[in-house]
Design a protein around this ligand. Structure first.
Ligand code: ZN
Length: 413
């Protein structure tokens, strides 16, 4: 059976009917709808010569045995955010299903090929993203904290997982799944506007951005809005406001797709008749290069100290979270770029702002790459998420080419 990318589009529509409503996709992990989507996926793969397994972290695996045990992995996730889009995560899985059908039809491949449907990529119910892939990669180190997490109804994560056959204490045993992995490939929608702005259907992903998240507290003096002259004020909001604008220059100076966001400022006392005494500001900075990210952080901090002096206020920085940039495998990026060019005539290499399961697999030391397909209007995590059917088909063709090239690379090494 030759590759039939139109079938992927038809199956994605079928899945949307089965697990979505008028507000969008409802395949939130550890729910009945999610299980229904996963059972539907198992039905789709029934009849192919694949070994099926559900691992300790709840990830689903299908294995097409090859002449060698060394495995090329294709991955995605069936779970969605509530009111999500029809493509995020499941386009990867169904594209890979199509590639697997083609390879299985041709007989025993030179290396083993496996499909993985990661459990709970989105973290929508318990606020913990990349559950299954971080268990497999071995980076999951927050077991004790996870145990006590609850959802909006007060149900504990540990109990919800048990209902779906996952014992939190054994989740890390999923690591054995990566022992034979020689490469990991993941197709995904871009979830941003870059490819659309370049009028390109697909691109090769260089890696995922490093992230620095900080909370910045500005402290001035509350004072009467009527009686305090302008030159006598110690206005905490003034510092935060200057920094919120300064980070645009920080990002522009860094280049290479750098982004800086001041996602919120909470002021106290927060009344119309008082100068702001404290302003608590949130900052998120991202870049693909670790040194550049460090420079961005330093520049923002230095600017904040300058503004604090100018406004006669105090400033204090507290780190909320950070992650290093994760670069994908250079040879695989080359093959991904080549695959896109072969099917679309032109390609583009771009970093990923969002994290993906692929980043976890790369952290585990498995050579990894992603392909992005164009997202219309750059929208995702909403029912408005969309990609033209012909671009989905092209992306599946590119994944097919990339898989063949990667199999050849692994077989020859
Ligand atoms: Zn996703």
């Amino acid at each position: 059976m030759p590759l039939d990318p139109a079938r992927t589009v038809a199956e994605l529509r079928e899945l949307r009917e089965l697990t979505g409503d008028e507000s969008g996709a409802q395949r939130v992990a550890w729910t009945e709808t999610w299980e229904r989507s996963r059972a539907w996926l198992r039905d789709k793969l029934d009849g192919l010569p694949l070994a099926y397994e559900r691992d300790e972290a709840g990830n689903q695996w299908w294995t097409l045995g090859g002449e060698s045990d060394r495995a090329v992995l294709l991955g995605g996730h069936m779970d969605s955010v509530p009111n999500g889009g029809w493509l995020d995560g499941c386009m990867n899985v169904l594209g890979a299903v199509e590639v697997l059908r083609r390879i299985a039809e041709e007989g025993t491949p030179p290396v083993t090929v496996r499909l993985v449907d990661w459990a709970d990529e989105e973290g929508a119910r318990f606020g913990r993203s990349l559950f299954g892939s971080s268990a497999a990669s071995g980076t999951m180190a927050d077991q004790d904290e996870l145990r006590n997490r609850t959802d909006a109804d007060g149900i504990r994560l540990e109990d919800a997982l048990r209902e779906h056959g996952v014992d939190l204490d054994r989740a890390l045993d999923a690591h054995r799944q990566l022992e034979s992995a020689a490469a990991y490939l993941e197709l995904h929608i871009e979830q941003g506007p870059v490819l659309e702005s370049l009028d390109l259907p697909a691109g090769a992903v260089l890696g995922t951005f490093g992230v620095e998240r900080w909370q910045i507290t500005w402290r001035g003096q509350a004072a009467h809005a009527g009686s305090t002259p302008m030159d006598k004020r110690r206005d905490a909001l003034a510092g935060a406001a200057k920094l919120a604008l300064e980070i645009r220059d920080v990002a522009a100076h860094a280049g290479g797709g750098a982004v800086c966001t001041s996602g919120g400022v909470v002021c106290k006392p927060g009344i119309v008749t008082s100068v702001v005494e404290t302003a608590v500001q949130l900052l998120d900075q991202r870049h693909l290069d670790a040194d550049t990210l460090a420079t961005m952080l330093r520049e923002a901090r230095e600017a904040s100290e300058r503004f604090a002096a100018e406004e006669d206020v105090e400033v204090e920085w507290e780190q909320l979270w950070s992650i290093q940039p994760i670069l994908f495998d250079e040879r695989l990026v080359e093959l991904a770029d080549e695959s896109v060019r072969e099917v679309a005539g032109q390609s583009h290499r771009l970093p990923s702002g969002p994290l993906h399961d692929a980043a976890e697999v790369a952290r585990a030391g498995v050579p990894t790459v992603m392909l992005f397909s164009q997202s219309l209007r750059g929208l995702s995590h909403t029912k408005l998420e969309d990609t033209k059917p012909e671009h989905i088909e092209l992306a599946v063709q590119a994944l097919d080419r990339l898989t063949s090239k990667t199999i050849a690379l692994v077989a020859a090494s």
